[in-house]
Design a protein around this ligand. Sequence first.
Ligand code: HEM
Ligand code: HEM
Length: 176
Amino acid sequence: MKRYHPLLVGLHWLVAVMILVALLIGGPSLAEMKNSDPEKMFGLTGHMIWGLSIGALMIVRLAMRAFSKRPLPASAGNALLNSGAKFAHLGLYVLVLAMVASGLGIAISADLFAIVFSGSGAPLPADFSIYAARQAHAVIATLLLILIGLHIAGWVYHQFYLQDRLISRMWFGKRT
Ligand code: HEM
Ligand code: HEM
């Protein structure tokens, strides 16, 4: 098996783009907006739907991964780097799911589902940082960004130093 299943490939790139947009654009611009800003409700609606969709797609991806044939683990020619890649991939799954879970934690703490989606009319708290889940959301975002940076560095190492075209495993084409 030379490549991941095309659905896994498609989901990898879709989820990657969605995560980068949330991490670099959506989340930070939402955090900058005051809760008293009339635009805040619109931003929250978008970010919550976007974040929950990432969670749903990630679960579909994990299920697909369990039921599809995968290429054998790639070698970076060094046992330490190979285990590093294994832990980094596990870490990416864990941190993305932790991001969604802490986002849900903020939503539950502040009763956002009723306020944002059902128009309960209850006020937003002055600041979400009173919630532990909000602080966790920011810490996990930083860790995830660092791990994505390392993941991309791994790709650069394979692409330009080992020149083994690892990326083709995560692209479409003949699998055998
Ligand atoms: C931004 C969010 C991203 C996330 C959350 C992510 C997550 C993952 C995960 C969990 C895997 C392991 C696949 C598995 O066995 O299930 C993987 C594989 C891979 N990713 Fe990403 N990825 C991201 C972005 C990127 C980017 C930007 C690149 C390239 C520049 C990239 C290149 C690859 C490659 C080449 C593989 C295959 C590695 C192998 O076959 O061992 N990823 N990614
Ligand atoms: C992988 C999915 C997600 C990513 C990458 C993400 C990313 C972010 C980022 C980067 C921030 C700003 C952090 C900061 O600068 O301190 C943020 C804030 C926030 N996120 Fe998420 N998020 C995700 C999922 C969710 C979900 C599922 C929810 C709710 C259901 C949610 C609700 C919030 C809220 C309420 C804030 C606070 C905004 C504020 O402080 O005004 N997030 N998110």
